[in-house]
Design a protein around this ligand. Structure first.
Ligand code: ZN
Length: 467
């Protein structure tokens, strides 16, 4: 019989937020339990640092420019159709798996092939005024209960592919709304995390315009204008709180699975996240438009029979999930997948050799459109935006905090040319029409002196209808 597969998906978790990747502040005993004895991949990137496009990409193994799922909104399909790529759910269902999904969908139609549980809520009492709860947390409460009920009643004898799609720590987005603008500090009784080393953004004037004005296009960043450094530390404290809620939910799911006999002795467990969170780096909250490590680099941990525990560093993409699960289960992968099969690396082999991994940005809701691409090699990261031909180049060996944009530095001209050529090659090979895309941003969203703290008033998504 084929191995069971359990996917634990979190929402908005930067790789370095987890103790498995060295974090000493997070309290995530259940995720640590899963990571212990597992293989942590260090160097996994999301193909699009935003919920729906990332999910549509990893459920199909295709880049967002192929799925056409380019925003979080509902009207992302300009031609009204989703390309008929086989999905992970369809392939595993056809191969004899029972494929079930619980929790956050936000998939743009790419969860085809999964039986998806309804997305309902179970309201819970908040633990402290510093940590308001919203539907993100309430939906996780329901997801955990639904998985428990399902497992208790399960009589299906097929191998199981179960996805537990946990929304937290995404509740941090609502936290920003509850704490917008100038506001006093609140003592929650929990320690305040330190600000990250790259909290300041001294060279914002030398960044692409879309990044400079993220405050005007992302309502959460607009709401953070006026915050003190202490407020940003409170943001981090709340982020870790919501991460602990995700951990608790994951622990309940693991317990429910174990009670029914699904353990790493007989099932492959995968822990991952759709994208990261800026975590106060460069004075940013949440995520939008940028490709910095905090937003694009995510945890990816495997644990199961035959998985050699430890850590492996290399260039990996969430697009690798689909071919890796196929490889692990001995199911032929459909043609045209953009990722690589990591399954040999799980049992002791090397990660696939790769020149680079890529990520994409288009728009969050459609109010402003800022097409961008990221190319990440072993040492460098290059980003390119259509608006103003904005570019960034980072030497991540010398500058892991991405605080020095080398794109205008004459001493880096050779590397810049190489990275530009690599992007061109990537665009050709993946039939990406990036160069012909257009940016859209009303002058209202490009007007104030550069600097997120100079933002005043609302941001673009608060004005009207998405397009
Ligand atoms: Zn602004």
């Amino acid at each position: 019989m084929k191995p069971n597969i359990i996917l634990l998906i979190l929402d908005q978790v930067t790789w370095r937020a987890l103790p498995a990747y060295g974090n000493t502040f997070a309290r995530t005993p259940h995720l640590d339990r899963l990571a212990a004895g597992g293989l942590a991949i260090d160097g996994c990137y999301t193909p699009y640092p935003l919920c729906q496009p990332a999910r549509a990409a990893f459920w199909t193994g295709r880049y967002p420019h192929e799925t056409h799922v380019l925003s979080n909104g509902g009207s992302w399909r300009k031609d009204g159709s989703l390309p008929p790529f086989p999905t992970l759910g369809e392939v595993f269902s056809a191969a004899g798996y029972e494929t079930v999904h619980f929790g956050k969908t936000h998939d743009g139609g790419t969860l085809r092939g999964f039986a998806c549980a309804p997305e309902e809520q179970t309201v819970s009492a908040p633990v402290h005024p510093a940590y308001p709860q919203n539907q993100d947390t309430f939906r996780d409460n329901y997801t955990v209960q639904a998985i428990g009920r399902y497992l208790q009643q399960r009589t299906d004898e097929r191998p199981l592919l179960l996805a537990a799609d946990i929304i937290n720590p995404h509740n941090i987005c609502g936290w920003v709304g509850e704490n917008q603008g100038v506001h006093p500090s609140v003592d929650s009784g929990d320690p305040l995390p330190p600000l990250p080393e790259n909290f300041e953004f001294p060279d914002i004037a030398g960044r692409p315009r879309a990044v400079q004005y993220a405050c005007c296009t992302n309502n959460r960043q607009a709401q953070a204008a006026g915050w003190t450094p202490e407020n940003f530390r409170e943001y981090l404290r709340a982020y870790y709180h919501y991460l602990s809620l995700a951990d608790r939910a994951a622990g309940q799911v693991l317990d429910a699975l174990e009670a029914q006999g699904f353990t790493p002795q007989n099932s492959l467990f995968v822990l991952m996240a759709d994208h990261g969170d800026n975590m106060a780096a460069r004075g940013r909250v949440n995520k939008q438009v940028d490709f910095y490590e905090e937003t694009t680099r995510v945890p990816l941990i495997f644990k199961g029979p035959g998985v050699l525990p430890g850590k492996k560093s290399g260039l990996v993409s969430l697009l690798d999930l689909f071919p890796t699960l196929c490889g692990w289960a001995g199911i032929p992968a459909p043609e045209g997948l953009q990722g690589r099969d990591l399954s040999p690396a799980l049992s002791g082999g090397a990660l696939p050799d790769r020149e680079y991994v890529a990520s994409e940005w288009h728009t969050e809701w459609g109010y402003t459109v800022s097409p961008g691409r990221m190319i990440r090699t072993e040492r460098y990261k290059y980003t390119r935006y259509i608006e103003g031909a904005g570019e960034e180049l980072f030497d991540l060996e010398e500058d892991p905090g991405e605080q020095k944009n080398l794109a205008q530095d004459p001493s880096a001209a050779g590397v810049l040319e190489e990275m530009r050529a690599l992007l061109q090659k990537h665009l050709r090979q993946t039939e990406d029409n990036f160069a012909s895309l257009e940016w859209v941003a009303d002058t209202r969203w490009r007007s104030h002196p550069v600097g997120y703290q100079n933002h005043r008033g609302i941001a673009a998504p608060m004005t009207g209808k998405e397009h």
